[in-house]
Each structure stands twice: as structure tokens, then as C-alpha cells.
Unconditional design. Structure first.
Length: 410
């Protein structure tokens, strides 16, 4: 099976996660892809293939070196973002890309513009894959899934490549912060891991945001509007005031870059009696997170003074933490990834990622896990796209990385 065939088959399977579900996985449909991956691993001849009741798939490419080389893990997640539909994905393959804007056929108002995606200028003549514009594509992270499976196939069929044991790990619910919830990290048995969940090509993320989720709940008083004077307390209006008091020129994804953190309301729901906003809090250190949470608490306190009959509660839940210090405990995790990218003809870039991966949680659990490029672009959007050539390059990086780790000793 070609890399393109793999990718297209994976993105057609709806695996959208649900952050409001307490089930594990959060949506049963994720298991459809998990079962397929386990079956493909078995058909490929990989060892130790397992599929847990929670959808975690693991398998092993057996070592080809005689010495005791370190085991490394290659990790990707099967779920897609709750923010854009993943139902009935119709991938569109733009072969021999000519460098022009791409109008997506399912919704012509969705146009992948070169001015907004300057990376496209470096990919003329290649193959670009998009959705039809009515859904996301699912390259986040099915590009990573396809790249890992293609690399495993190459290693299991070309046994002349010297390498140690390679563990494949596919998880569910990464997009809702639960990617390692039912993952037994010691059972992976690896010294380091690599998530394949990154933008473009040649980028290594050894540092991520730290992340919390804030849920702001306003409890009002609902009565019939005809008798509402001095009695009705409208939770919708108070929540709107709360959101309006968030900084407009700073502290948001649309106004920050680099190492700046943000506070990002991304979902609201409710009515007059009860209204809720879900807000992402992001920064590169815990002090920044605490400052952002304190801002939300101060806004709530001020509004409560103005609306004493309302309750305004801010509940902050930790999601993941910056993996910088954990990765530093095993320097080879980063140095060999850099060497593998050089060997693949790339000039690698180390960049802190303004987001998180399963690697954030895995690193905190004792498995240093940087993140590597897989050709993803515009994730979580109907304008999401990927490059087949960048995915092929990522496969080559993994094969070389396996070989470099095969020279090491435990």
C-alpha cells in the first residue's frame, strides 16, 4: 500500500473526539480506525500487536541489531478535532500542483490562498491534499499515523537497515487532552518517544505550551419577561460582559506569537438561567498560566459586584505541561532527531510549539517525547492541507532515526 493510499483510507474514517463525553474513547467511532491499524500491523508481520478496550494500539518492529539497543516509540493519535466536522471527509488530491490558489470543490467559498499559505510556493509540482471544504481533512494527526505505518512497513520489509526495537503507539482523544489517559507508559518499554504530529517538514518541537482549561459558569435567574423587572438576571448578558472584558489587543491567539501566552474563549453555551464559556489558557511556564487564571478570577469578582444576584464561577483544570525539562533528561532524544533530519537532506529547525501533543503528557510521565514534522498545515480547519512529499520526507527521517538509535546501547 502506498503512503498516499494509507493516508486517504485513514482520513475517510470519522474519528472526531468529543470533549463533553466521559467515555473512553470519547467517541466509539475512533475504534474503527484503531481496529484497522491493529489489523494492518498484524498483516504487516509486526510483533506484540495489541488493541486495548480504550483504543490504544501498540505493536513492535523487532530489532535487527545483535546488541542491546534502546527501544524507541513512534506515537500518533487517531482522533480529530471537535472544532470542525470530520464526518464524510472527501479528500481531494491536487497532483502536479501548479502554484495557484486552490478552490475547494465542496464549498467554493473555501479557497486555499497562496498568500495565506506561502509554504505552497515551495511545493509546486508536488501533490497537495485537501478536504472538499465542507469538513476538516484530518491530517492532524492522520498524516502522523500514515507516516509511522509507512516507516514500519519499510523497516519490516528491508531488514538490512540496522535498528533496535521500534514500538508503534496509536492513541485516542489527544485533541481533548486525554491522549495518555488509558495508556500504560511502562508497558511501552521505550527509552524515548517521538510524536509525529508537527507542521511542514524539518521542524522539531522539544518545548510546548503549558495548558489549562477554564470553564466560566454564570448562574442567573430566569422569570417570564413580563414580570422580569428587578427579578430576572440574564446569565447570557453577564457572560457577554465577561468575554468583553478580556484583552482585545493582547493575550489572544490572533494578537500573539512566539513565546507569548494567551487566553482563548472557544465555545459558549447556555441560556438566561445558566451560561457557560470554555476558555483555553496557554503559556510556556506555570507562572504565566497562574497570571492568566488570576485575570479571569478578577473579571469574575468585578462582575459579581455589579450583579450580586448572579453566581460567576471560574473552574480551572490542568491539561498538560511544557516538556522542555523532561526532554533534557535524555539529550539523545533531541540530538539524534536533529542528526536524522540532516541525513534526510533537511536543515532542521528547533521551535517551541504553541500547542501541545501527546508528547507533553508522555514526557511528564517519564518518557521524553519530542514532536516531529509530518506535513500538517492549517489544522482544525476546513482549509487544512498536507503535502505528500513532506510526508515521504518524514518517513525517511523515521527510518534514519531508527538506524541512528540502533547504533546506541542501553
Amino acid at each position: 500500500m502506498t503512503l498516499l493510499d494509507r493516508f486517504l483510507s485513514y482520513v475517510r474514517i470519522d474519528t472526531q473526539a468529543d470533549e463533553h463525553s466521559n467515555a473512553s474513547p470519547s467517541t466509539a467511532k475512533q475504534l474503527n480506525l484503531c481496529r484497522l491499524l491493529a489489523s494492518e500491523c498484524e498483516a504487516m508481520g509486526l510483533a506484540d500487536v495489541s488493541l486495548s478496550e480504550h483504543g490504544v494500539v501498540m505493536a513492535t518492529v523487532p530489532a535487527t541489531v545483535p546488541h542491546d539497543a534502546p527501544t524507541i516509540a513512534l506515537v500518533a493519535h487517531v482522533d480529530t478535532s471537535p472544532e470542525t466536522s470530520g464526518t464524510n471527509v472527501k479528500p481531494v488530491v491536487h497532483a502536479n500542483y501548479d502554484g495557484s490558489d486552490l478552490v475547494l470543490p465542496g464549498d467554493p467559498s473555501k479557497v486555499l490562498r497562496v498568500t495565506d499559505n506561502p509554504e505552497l510556493t515551495q511545493l509546486v509540482g508536488g501533490t497537495i491534499i485537501t478536504s472538499d471544504g465542507t469538513t476538516l481533512l484530518g491530517a492532524d494527526d492522520k498524516s502522523g499515523v500514515a507516516v509511522i505505518m509507512a516507516a514500519a512497513e519499510r523497516l519490516i520489509t528491508k531488514r538490512e537497515v540496522p535498528h533496535g526495537p521500534i514500538r508503534l503507539v496509536f492513541t485516542c482523544d489527544e485533541e481533548v487532552g486525554r491522549g495518555t489517559e488509558n495508556l500504560d507508559v511502562p508497558s511501552i518499554g521505550a527509552m524515548v518517544g517521538y510524536t509525529l504530529d508537527g507542521f511542514g517538514q524539518g521542524v522539531i518541537n522539544a518545548e510546548t505550551f503549558s495548558a489549562d482549561l477554564a470553564v466560566v459558569t454564570v448562574t442567573g435567574i430566569n422569570t417570564h419577561p413580563s414580570v422580569g423587572k428587578d427579578a430576572l438576571v440574564n446569565a447570557i448578558k453577564i457572560l457577554a460582559e465577561f468575554l468583553d472584558q478580556l484583552p482585545k489587543e493582547t493575550l489572544s491567539p490572533e494578537t500573539t506569537e512566539g513565546r507569548d501566552g494567551f487566553v482563548h474563549p472557544y465555545a459558549i453555551s447556555g441560556g438566561v438561567a445558566l451560561a457557560e464559556a470554555r476558555i483555553l489558557i496557554r503559556d510556556f511556564d506555570d507562572a504565566g498560566l497562574a497570571a492568566h487564571a488570576a485575570l479571569l478570577e478578577s473579571i469574575a469578582a468585578e462582575l459579581h459586584q455589579a450583579h450580586p444576584k448572579a453566581s460567576i464561577d471560574v473552574v480551572v483544570t490542568p491539561q498538560y505541561r511544557n516538556m522542555r525539562e523532561g526532554i533534557a533528561k535524555e539529550p539523545r532524544a533531541l540530538s539524534l532527531a536533529l542528526e536524522a533530519m540532516h541525513a534526510a537532506g533537511l536543515e532542521p529547525t528547533e521551535s517551541p510549539i504553541r500547542g501541545g501533543t501527546d508528547g507533553s503528557l508522555l514526557t511528564s510521565l517519564g518518557l521524553p517525547t519530542p514532536n516531529l514534522s509530518t506535513g500538517e498545515h492549517n489544522p482544525h480547519s476546513p482549509l487544512e492541507w498536507t503535502s505528500l512529499e513532506e510526508m515521504h520526507t518524514a518517513v525517511g527521517v523515521l527510518v534514519k532515526l531508527a538506524e541512528l538509535w540502533g547504533r546506541e546501547r542501553v
